[in-house]
Design a protein around this ligand. Structure first.
Ligand SMILES: Cc1cc2nc3c(=O)[nH]c(=O)nc-3n(C[C@H](O)[C@H](O)[C@H](O)COP(=O)(O)OP(=O)(O)OC[C@H]3O[C@@H](n4cnc5c(N)ncnc54)[C@H](O)[C@@H]3O)c2cc1C
Length: 403
């Protein structure tokens, strides 16, 4: 990588703060538009989060890429950005870098199934374009200067520039670099920050089911129930753990629960799990009655319908229970959620730089000319399935076009 720092303070057209998915693509886009660009990255290498995304496979986008898959506050902004750099342009961008793509259901992955391939083609393009990269450069101040900005690092380095693009990410997985430090930079220009909370995160409950079933996976329908109303419903995998509930279905419904516990301060929320979605309540009732009449004990009542480990639940919790109660619990098991797991286990951040003060077509700040934002630092978060990386690529590309 090319370093920017000489003894004399260097001047660039554009400084990009944060070398993750959004920052790397912003740098490519800015450089292709003729700008002299440097990426300032606090870690010892670029794109650490790209490498672990999609469990190392990197789900880079989705065939059904549109604003409906994003939180409501950010939707108009997302729509506007995808109208400039949407699904086809994202795919073409990677194809032109030499990355072959394939899809699984609607999720788009690199054909190599390796996140490392995605980072490699991006880094090769940075090198080909001679984008300067400063590693171990944690930006802690952006000062105004008569000629633009002076971007300063925690360890005393400075770079001058005309334009700043802030792509420092949210707060999830802080060990990979994004720890929320860029919210402070945004606030220094007057931007409001919607309280960041962990999203796509496992849920904590003391329910005895989790104790008895820890390590067990099932397919389920999971619902977030807020104030007695179903806010979100999804079908997928549920994993019972020592502390509570995990698995894709739980991550998918976790945002609404995280909002009311972590942002609004509620003591607990509920989720509802249909543990046998493949069988209707009436049919299940008939099957249980048939089995009881045949002399099944509680312990083997659900064998062949649910995994064998459920015998423990039936042995310990359902002695003498009515058929109606069993059916109710299996079709609508309520878990009292008392907390979420922390940032170290959250895939995304819900919240961040409020989008009301961001120009929809360019991502420039409405409060400070020549300051742009892209990626997860903005209060834009998508569903799981490639929507968050798609947002990072698209917003990074558009922000890099700077006016
Ligand atoms: C386990 C996991 C799996 C995921 N899988 C997927 C997936 O398959 N598909 C999908 O769409 N999304 C996935 N995501 C989400 C997706 O990875 C992120 O939304 C996306 O990477 C955000 O990109 P970003 O560039 O905005 O932020 P980041 O990738 O977080 O990059 C921000 C960069 O800024 C740097 N930085 C932060 N502060 C400073 C500072 N003050 N100075 C200098 N540098 C700074 C950080 O070190 C970091 O390199 C996953 C996330 C996780 C945690």
């Amino acid at each position: 990588m090319i370093s920017a720092i000489n003894k004399k303070m260097q001047k660039f057209d554009t400084v990009i703060i944060g070398g993750g998915a959004a920052g790397i693509v912003a740098a490519i886009s800015a450089r292709r538009s003729g700008k002299n660009v440097v990426i300032c990255e606090k870690m010892q290498r670029l794109g650490k989060k790209i490498l672990i995304s999609g469990a190392g496979r990197c789900n880079i986008s989705n065939l059904d890429l549109n604003e409906a898959h994003y939180n409501t506050e950010g939707r108009e902004l997302v729509k506007s950005i995808f109208s400039r750099f949407g699904r086809e342009k994202i795919e073409n961008f990677f194809n032109e870098l030499g990355l072959k793509l394939g899809s699984e259901v609607s999720m788009i992955f690199p054909a190599t199934d390796q996140a490392a391939s995605v980072l490699r083609v991006l880094e090769d393009e940075l090198k080909a374009l001679k984008v300067a990269v400063e590693l171990d450069f944690e930006v802690n101040n952006i000062a105004g200067s008569p000629k633009g900005f002076i971007v300063k690092s925690r360890n005393g380095k400075s770079i001058m520039c005309n334009t700043v693009i802030i792509t420092g990410g949210g707060k999830s997985y802080p060990s990979l670099g994004s720890d929320g430090s860029c919210y402070v930079l945004a606030s220094s220009f007057g931007h409001k920050i919607t309280a960041p909370i962990p999203s796509a995160v496992p849920l904590v409950t003391k329910d005895i089911f989790c104790h008895l079933l820890q390590g067990q996976k099932i397919q389920c329908v999971a619902k977030a129930v807020i104030g007695g109303k179903v806010k979100k419903e999804t079908e997928g995998e549920l994993l019972f753990t020592k502390y509570g509930l995990s698995g894709t279905a739980i991550l998918d419904i976790s945002e609404d629960i995280s909002i009311i516990i972590n942002r609004l301060g509620a003591k607990f929320a509920q989720d509802s799990i249909d543990m046998v979605p493949f069988i209707g309540a009436d049919e299940l009732k008939e099957e249980i009655i048939r089995r009881i009449n045949k002399g099944f004990t509680e312990e083997n009542l659900m064998i062949g319908i649910l995994p064998n480990k459920f015998s423990l639940v039936f042995r310990d919790l359902f002695k003498g229970a009515s058929v109606e109660k069993i059916v109710n619990v299996l079709k609508d098991k309520r878990f009292d959620i008392i907390d979420t797991k922390s940032w170290n286990e959250a895939e995304f951040t819900s919240g961040g730089v409020n989008v009301k003060d961001i120009k929809e077509s360019t991502l420039e700040s409405k409060l400070k000319k020549s300051v742009y934002f892209a990626g997860e630092i903005l209060d834009v978060n998508g569903e799981r399935g490639g929507y968050n990386l798609a947002w990072a690529w698209a917003s990074g590309f558009v922000a890099g076009l700077t006016e």
